[in-house]
Design a binder for this molecule. Structure first.
Ligand SMILES: NC(=O)c1ccc[n+]([C@@H]2O[C@H](COP(=O)([O-])OP(=O)(O)OC[C@H]3O[C@@H](n4cnc5c(N)ncnc54)[C@H](OP(=O)(O)O)[C@@H]3O)[C@@H](O)[C@H]2O)c1
Length: 296
């Protein structure tokens, strides 16, 4: 008989949180918490929630993800992205539970030209990246290595929520109707990752009792420009938009933002895919699957 595992999920209303709830395996008893049930900026509340629910695992999918806004709200970003996982980890240590901490490619500086391996040192260049890196550090400090799994991912998108894919679909519709071009940054390289595959990776990590630092993304590589073109084509093919806009490649310097972003943040996922026994689709194939789930 399979043992029931009790999971406490934070960020249940985020794009990953929703995909996790939709894909919950049969052997899981889930306590799903959103902002209303648990304010992650409140360390004491994080601590109390763990002692109340005493989960076998926490999946910390809640995060302050507004990369540009974080530059002007560093304290709040630090509280949610670092102090909260730190407090969850400390409390978990008391009850013997484990933590699956979701992290990001933005912990790297993006200056290398080959995929980042999980063992490489972090060197964030934005407030968001720095707060996520600090969250990783506090988790590792509070829990023994057997009791945490840090899963870094990149360019997360799905059929709901706030993400590049849904924004681009809106812009393709708008710009093509006005016969305008869509300018998109072409000199930042990473990999889109669907919430579907990421949620599967999370459940697989828990099922297999995975620990350590891991990288998980969909297969392949892309610039935001490549991704924007593919979104337009896939949106037309799925009947979500009538036509795509003409996408023009621009440089990062032509599109200034408050936060700096890594120029190259591809993650080396080879080891993790073997450990998790998963072979995710190439991002272009996965994009068509996500598109088929977006309401027309
Ligand atoms: N999105 C990406 O491209 C990306 C890339 C790499 C890694 N990641 C990581 O992947 C994980 C999941 O991200 P996601 O894309 O699913 O993000 P998301 O859609 O923004 O979801 C994050 C969730 O956290 C919640 N949250 C924020 N502040 C909170 C607070 N003070 N108390 C309680 N809840 C709070 C948000 O609630 P509200 O909606 O109410 O604000 C939201 O439901 C995060 O750890 C993120 O750092 C994301």
């Amino acid at each position: 008989m399979t043992k029931t595992i009790k999971i406490m999920l934070t960020g249940k209303d985020g794009q990953l949180g929703k995909a996790l709830v939709e894909r919950i395996p049969a052997s899981i008893k889930l306590v799903a918490l959103g902002r209303q049930e648990l304010d992650l900026s409140d360390k004491q509340a994080c601590h109390n929630a763990v002692l109340e629910h005493r989960p076998d695992w926490i999946i910390n999918a809640g995060a302050y993800t507004a990369v540009d806004r974080a530059e002007s709200e560093p304290e709040l970003a630090l509280a949610v992205n670092a102090a909260a996982p730190g407090a969850l980890a400390q409390a978990l240590d008391k009850v013997g539970g484990r933590l699956l901490q979701i992290s990001t490619d933005f912990v790297f500086n993006g200056s290398q030209a080959h995929p980042y391996h999980p063992d490489q040192p972090v060197d964030p260049i934005s407030v968001y990246g720095a707060t996520k890196a600090e969250g990783e550090r506090l988790v590792q400090k509070a829990l023994p290595p057997t009791h945490y799994c840090i899963l870094r991912t990149s360019w997360v998108y799905g059929p709901v929520g706030n993400n590049f894919c849904l924004t681009m679909l809106r812009l393709h519709r708008l710009k093509s109707a006005e016969n305008q071009t869509l300018n998109v940054v072409a000199d930042q390289i990473g990999c889109p990752t669907s919430t579907f595959n990421l949620a599967n990776a999370c459940w697989s990590a828990i099922n297999l009792g995975t620990n350590g630092i891991h990288h998980f993304c969909d297969a392949g590589a892309a610039s935001w420009y490549d991704f924007a073109i593919a979104i337009g084509n896939a949106g037309v093919a799925a009947g979500i938009i009538d036509q795509s806009a003409n996408v023009i490649p621009i440089t990062t310097s032509e599109y200034p933002t408050p936060a700096k972003r890594p120029g190259y943040s591809l993650l080396d996922c080879t080891d993790t895919r073997n450990v998790l026994e998963l072979e995710p689709n190439h991002w272009q194939k996965e994009l068509a699957i996500v598109m088929s789930q977006i309401p027309k």
